[in-house]
Each structure stands twice: as C-alpha cells, then as structure tokens.
Design a binder for this molecule. Structure first.
Ligand SMILES: [Zn+2]
Length: 474
C-alpha cells in the first residue's frame, strides 16, 4: 500500500479561519473564528470576534460537513443510463440486472476513476465523509484478485486523492436469496465469508490513510445466512466500528423474509441480531409500527436514500413514525443519481408532502425547530456521524471535531437577499445546484468557488474509464 497520502503538515495552509456567521449548536452565530490544530481538528471556535490579518476569511455563512451514509461508488458509472423500458413493466429487480452487467465489467483502475469523480461531486455537494457499502471484491471471472484488497484499495485511494473522508464497509454477501444458499453466477464478484470481511476491514485500518476508516456491512437478510450474521456480529462484539445492513427496501424482500422466517425483516433483526447504536439499517422502507418500536429500543439508526428510493420505486420512507420514536436518521445517495445533500433532503420532505397532502412534515415545533430545513439538517447531522463511526467523537463545528465545514455561496441565486435564520430552508428548497462556495475537510480546502480543486483531472480520467467500459460491453 502506498503511503504517499500520509498526512503531511502543510505550512502554507491557513490555521485560522473566520466566517461572518456559522451554524453552531444548531443556531446561527455571528463573527466566528475557527482555529485548526496540526492534526486537522478544530482546536477552538469563538463567536463574536472580528477578523484579524492572520485569519483566512471564509466567503459566506458556514455549516458543518455532512456524512453521506450510504454509497456504492461504482454505480455512479451508470447514473442516468437506466431510464428506458422495453418490457411491459420495470422495477427494482430489472434495474438490478443492469447494475450487475456494469458490476461484472469494472476493473480496479476503472473503479478508482469512477469513485474519484464521484467523491469530487460529493464534496461539491456538501458531503465531507462517505460510507462505502462495498461488495465488488473479486476479479471479473469471480476468482479473487492476486491482491485480495485491490478493490478496497481503489476506493480508499480515490478518497485520499480527492480529500473526502471514507468509512469503508466490506460487505458479507454469500447467497442469492432466503432459499438460495449459493450466489447466482452474475453475483460471482461479491462472494465473501465472515473471515473475508474482517480481513478487509483490518487491512484498510492498517493502511493508515488520512481520514479513511472501516467498519463492516451485511448485504441484507436475503444475502447472508442467520449463522453468518451471528458470527460477524459476535466477531465485532468489542469493535467500535459501524455495522450497516440493507433492510426492507422492497416488498418482495419482506414477503420472502416472512415466508422463510415467519417474521418481517426488521422484526427478525430486532429479535436475532445484537442491534445497538453501531448498527445502521439502510432504507428501512417497508415497516410496521411494532418494528419501529423494536428498532427504537435498540439504539440502532436508519439510513434513508431519497433519490435512489424514488429512482427505484422502492416506496415511501415513514419519516414521521421513525422521528416520533427519535430513531437516528441519516441520509445516503446510494446509487448516486443525485449527489448533493440539500436536494436529497428536499426530496425526502417532498416525498412526504406528496403522499400526505400536507406541508413542512419534518419541521419539529415540539422540539423548538419550526424550520423544516433546520429540522432535517439536525436529524441527519449526528446520525450521519454515528453511521460513519464517529459516535464517540465530536462531529461538526465544535472543538475536537475534524475541521470540516461548508461555506454557503452568498451569490447563489436561491440565497440572494435571504436572512440568516432562513438560509438552511433556502439552501434546501430554493437552490437548483449545490449552493456551496467552499468545502473544507480536516482543515484542508477541497472545493473553491463551488468546484473541487482537482476536478478537471478526475473528470478526464472518469470519461476515459467510461469509454473503456462501454468498449468492453460491445
Ligand atoms: Zn445500497
């Protein structure tokens, strides 16, 4: 593993930033100085001070960075390419066949190119950390690569190259369905055992790449046996890393789980897996009230992926029911048809409005938060940090947290003339493009004037990789 990404102190990097206002402790505070220590964390944040000549002036109101809690980076390679229908009906399962066709062609170099382009876009979209639910491990013929970690390395290096933080989650994936003990031939690149998953997690940790960490994942109840789930959970009993699992995204999965186990997926998980605050249930779409009670009692969180769930026709996330039980709720962009969090949160809220014929569903006046945007941001900020493995560490604009921040562009059309207390609503509901002028991760500026600082290189490499993938399909 190359170590040329190892954190090198950059003496020219500003150690003090100053913002005209910043969203600290869930409210806007004026004239804020941020001090960054040598490890890339905030050492002090002070409101109500004037800028000095030693301060780098951030060009607008400043927000904490957000975690994208669910990503399959390779799927960025077919965003926008699945919107044709030749049969009488199209659904998640036919989309999955197209996804497999791409997954069977990608090599490590192409994965790195696709992930790097994606990560520049996620940074421009206001995400400073991404949880990579990673199941594309083996060579195209299904045999392990000579270096079994090469695909994990491709993702880790893409993150290090672009500067986004990464939580790599190698996925336990061992069967095609509840009653299909083996994988299908077209799933041959995904095959893992509990031992494989732990080996990848430990390898990633041993590389010590800056801002790259690892936990584990289970593909889903249909793709992993109860025994293997128990073994993995037990092997992670003393580990602090996050544990993610897809659950109840599709009605067919609920039906199959009921037929195989007599229980719905989340009821099964609550009864048979040692759920706790390290666990994050991705999608959690099809749920009954008793399952929400059961999950809420464990401390586990849920990860909602509004654009992908809309794209795939998954169903509506039951926002109010989950929020009523105060279950931690993070967001992910999953298949990456959308790559910025303001529009992800807008879609989450709009999906609720369309179904319920009401407005401002996410606003939380009972908790003193009348702004829908602020309530949404509050919901996903801490839960996202937990999903990425920062549960026991500070996250956001506070001393001790990694020095990540997003600077709103005061010239963005949707933000013109907007008062500070309405900025978050306007960023989510009135901006067409990501409204961020600058994005900083671990004290380093990664986005300037709205664009990733290495954007053109990563775009060219991506286009070349996509051309080779297209050629391989012909
Ligand atoms: Zn997923």
């Amino acid at each position: 593993m190359k170590t040329d990404h190892a954190a090198s102190p950059n003496r020219s990097r500003p150690r003090r930033l100053w913002a005209p206002n910043a969203w600290i402790d869930e409210r806007w505070q004026a004239r804020v100085r941020f001090e960054i220590d040598s490890s890339g964390k905030w050492s002090a944040i002070t409101a109500g001070v004037d800028p000095s000549s030693a301060d780098y002036r951030l060009p607008g109101p400043t927000l904490p960075g957000l975690v994208n809690a669910h990503s399959h980076a390779f799927q960025r390679g077919f965003a926008g390419l699945t919107h044709r229908r030749d049969a009488t009906q199209d659904d998640f399962w036919s989309w999955r066949e197209q996804m497999y066709s791409l997954a069977l062609r990608i090599n490590p170099e192409q994965l790195r190119a696709i992930a790097a382009l994606l990560y520049t876009e996620l940074l421009e979209g206001g995400y400073t950390q991404v949880c990579e639910f990673h199941y594309l491990h083996h060579d195209r013929d299904g045999r392990p690569h000579a270096d079994p970690f090469i695909m994990s390395q491709a993702l880790s290096e893409a993150a290090a190259d672009t500067g986004i933080g990464l939580t790599l989650l190698p996925v336990l994936y061992e069967r095609a369905g509840f009653s299909e003990p083996a994988l299908a031939e077209r799933q041959r690149r995904f095959r893992t055992t509990v031992r494989d998953v732990l080996a990848i997690r430990d390898a990633v940790r041993s590389w010590h790449l800056p801002n790259v960490s690892a936990g584990v994942a289970i593909h889903s109840l249909r793709a992993a046996s109860p025994d293997a789930i128990r073994q993995l959970a037990s092997a992670c009993a003393d580990d602090k890393g996050p544990i993610h699992i897809h659950v109840a995204e599709q009605q067919a999965e609920v039906r199959d789980c009921l037929a195989a186990t007599g229980q719905r997926p989340m009821a099964w998980l609550a009864a048979h897996a040692p759920l706790d605050a390290r666990w994050h249930l991705v999608h959690a779409t099809h749920v009954d009230p008793s399952e929400i009670d059961a999950i809420a009692a464990t401390g586990a969180g849920v990860v909602v992926c509004p654009s992908t769930e809309a794209d795939l026709g998954d169903g509506r996330f039951h926002f109010e029911a989950w929020r009523a039980r105060r279950v931690p709720m993070s967001i992910g962009s999953d298949s990456h048809v959308q790559r910025n969090w303001p529009q992800e949160l807008r879609l989450l809220e709009y999906g609720q409005r369309l179904a319920l014929e009401r407005r401002n569903i996410a606003a939380d006046p009972g908790a003193g938060v009348a702004s829908t945007g602020a309530a949404l941001l509050r919901s996903v900020l801490g839960a996202g940090a937990s999903a990425a493995g920062f549960r026991d560490q500070a996250w956001g604009l506070k001393a001790g947290a990694r020095a990540d921040c997003l600077v709103l562009d005061p010239q963005a059309g949707g933000l013109l003339g907007v008062a500070p207390h309405e900025l978050i609503d306007a960023a989510i509901f009135a901006c067409e493009a990501p409204p961020f002028a600058e994005v900083w991760v671990a004290g380093q500026q990664r986005v300037s004037a709205g664009l990733h600082t290495d954007r053109s290189t990563h775009r060219e490499t991506f286009v070349a990789a996509m051309q080779r993938l297209r050629d391989a399909a012909d």
